[in-house]
Design a protein around this ligand. Structure first.
Ligand SMILES: Cc1cc2nc3c(=O)[nH]c(=O)nc-3n(C[C@H](O)[C@H](O)[C@H](O)COP(=O)(O)OP(=O)(O)OC[C@H]3O[C@@H](n4cnc5c(N)ncnc54)[C@H](O)[C@@H]3O)c2cc1C
Length: 393
C-alpha cells in the first residue's frame, strides 16, 4: 500500500518518507515489541534516527537541526509508525519540547539542550498533567518558589511519559509573586535535569505495549538555577501553546501511521487467506468493504493532519491552527481504532495472536483517543470556537 498517494507530497518529502521507512523497516515491529515488553528504550533505533537527521528535521540548523518544517517531522513520525515503530517519545521530545525551546529558550539553553534533542543524544520529557489537573490545566499546583537568583520546585506530576529515559523534564509550573498576580500565580516553564536532588518517580502500571513507560513524578523542593527558566517568568501559558499544536499534529501522525501499518497487513492477509473454494477472503465484500471504509477514514485523517501542519508551518492564526490540529488529532485517533479493529477482524482468530503484530497496538491506538488531549476536549473546542456555542465549564 502506497503511503503518500493521498497526501500531495513534494519530491523532497517523498524521499524523506522513503528514507525513514527504509531505516525503521530494518528494525520493524518485532524490535519495537521486544523493547516494549522488556521496558527498554529503543536506543539503537533512536540513535539511528538522530544520526540521520530525522529527529531534528524540523529544528533550527543553528542547533543541529535540518531547518525544515513540522510537516517534515510529521512525515518522519507517520512513516516510523507505519513501519511498525510508533514512538511516543517522538511526539514528546522533538515535537513538543523541541518546538517550545526553539521558539522561546535562550541561545545558551538551546545550545545546552536543543542540539541534543535534534541529534537524538538527549531526550526531554514533558510534564503538564497533575493528579488534579488533566483536562483542566488551570488547576495546576506545582509551584516554583523564587529562591535567590533561582527557584525551588515542589509538586506532583502524573502520567509523565519517558522520565526514566529522559535527561531532563520540561515542567509547567506556577511561579512569580502571589501578591503581584492574585491567588493564582501565573505559569512558567522550566527545564529540570532528571538527576536533580529532590526529584523522584514511580511507574504507573498501564496496559500499553510501548517502550515508553508513564510515571508519577514528585518534585520535593528541587533547587533550580536561573538558567532553568524558559523564556519569561509568568509567560508559560503562552509559551506552552507553541508546543501543543505540534503535539496534536504528531499524535495524529502516530495514529495515521498505525492505520497504514494495520491496513497494509490486512490487505496482504485478505489477498492470501482463502477459506471457501480457494477464493481469497478479500474477494468477499463483507471483508473488503469495511477495510475500504477504514481506508477512506484514514485518508481523510491524513489530509487533515497535513493541512494542520501546513497551517502551523505558515504561522497561521492561532485559533485556526488549533482548530485544524484538534480536528486532525480527533479524526486520526478514531480512524486508527476503526482501521486496527478491522485489520484484526480480517485476521480472524489470528488478529489476536501476537505473532501477527496487530493486537499489541490496541491500547496505544486507544490511548490516543484520550491523550494528549481527550476526544471530549476537542469536541468542546470545536463547539465553542468553530460553532460559537457556549462553554459548560
Ligand atoms: C499513556 C499516556 C501518556 C501520557 N503522557 C503524558 C505526558 O508525557 N505528559 C503529560 O503531561 N501528560 C501525559 N498524559 C496525560 C494526558 O494528557 C491526560 O490523561 C489527558 O489530558 C486527560 O486528563 P485526565 O487523565 O486527568 O482526565 P480528566 O481531566 O480527569 O478527564 C476525565 C474524563 O472526563 C472528560 N472531561 C473532562 N472535562 C470535560 C468537559 N469539560 N467536558 C466534557 N468532558 C470532559 C475527559 O475528556 C475524560 O474523558 C498521558 C496519558 C496517558 C494515558
Amino acid at each position: 500500500m502506497k503511503q503518500s498517494s493521498i497526501v500531495p507530497e513534494t519530491d523532497e518529502r517523498a524521499a524523506l518518507r522513503e528514507a525513514v521507512t527504509g531505516l525503521v523497516g530494518r528494525y520493524g515491529h518485532d524490535y519495537f515489541v521486544a523493547r516494549a515488553r522488556a521496558h527498554e528504550e529503543p536506543t539503537a533505533l533512536w540513535k539511528d534516527l538522530g544520526a540521520n537527521g530525522f529527529l531534528g528535521v524540523h529544528l533550527p540548523e543553528a542547533y543541529g537541526g535540518g531547518g525544515g518544517t513540522l510537516g517534515d517531522f510529521s512525515v518522519v513520525v507517520e512513516a516510523a509508525s507505519a513501519a511498525g515503530c510508533p514512538l511516543l517519545m517522538t511526539v514528546i521530545s522533538p515535537a513538543i519540547c523541541g518546538t517550545i525551546l526553539a521558539r522561546h529558550a535562550s541561545d545558551e539553553m538551546n545550545r545546552r539542550w536543543l542540539t541534543g534533542i535534534a541529534d537524538g543524544s538527549t531526550k526531554m520529557a514533558f510534564a503538564i498533567t497533575e493528579p488534579d489537573a488533566g483536562s483542566n490545566s488551570h488547576e495546576i499546583t506545582t509551584t516554583a518558589h523564587a529562591d535567590g537568583a533561582g527557584w525551588r520546585l515542589s509538586g506532583t506530576k502524573y502520567w509523565t511519559s519517558g522520565v526514566d529515559e529522559a535527561d531532563a523534564i520540561l515542567v509547567v509550573a506556577r511561579s512569580g509573586s502571589a501578591e503581584a498576580s492574585g491567588p493564582r500565580r501565573p505559569l512558567s516553564l522550566f527545564v529540570v535535569p532528571t538527576d536533580s536532588p529532590g526529584l523522584t518517580w514511580q511507574p504507573i502500571e498501564a496496559a500499553l505495549v510501548q517502550p515508553e513507560q508513564q510515571f508519577t513524578v514528585w518534585f520535593d523542593d528541587v533547587p533550580l538555577g536561573p538558567e532553568a527558566l524558559i523564556g519569561d517568568d509568568g509567560n508559560g501559558l503562552r509559551q506552552v501553546f507553541s508546543g501543543l499544536n505540534p503535539e496534536r499534529i504528531t499524535a495524529a501522525s502516530i495514529s495515521n501511521g498505525i492505520s497504514l501499518y494495520a491496513l497494509d497487513k490486512a490487505a496482504t492477509y485478505a489477498n492470501q487467506r482463502a477459506v471457501w473454494k480457494g477464493v481469497p477472503i478479500g474477494a468477499h465484500q463483507g471483508v473488503a468493504h469495511p477495510l475500504a471504509e477504514a481506508y477512506i477514514g484514514v485518508a481523510q485523517a491524513r489530509l487533515m493532519a497535513a493541512r494542520a501542519a501546513e497551517l502551523f508551518d505558515a504561522g497561521a492564526d492561532a485559533t485556526r491552527t488549533a482548530e485544524a490540529s484538534n480536528i486532525a488529532k480527533f479524526a486520526a485517533a478514531d480512524a486508527s481504532l476503526r482501521a486496527l479493529d478491522q485489520a484484526m477482524q480480517t485476521h480472524g482468530g489470528n488478529g489476536l495472536a501476537l505473532e501477527y503484530g496487530l493486537a499489541d497496538l490496541w491500547f496505544l491506538a486507544r490511548m490516543l483517543k484520550t491523550a494528549p488531549v481527550s476526544r471530549e476536549m476537542v469536541l468542546n473546542f470545536v463547539a465553542q470556537h468553530s460553532l460559537g456555542l457556549p462553554s459548560s465549564y
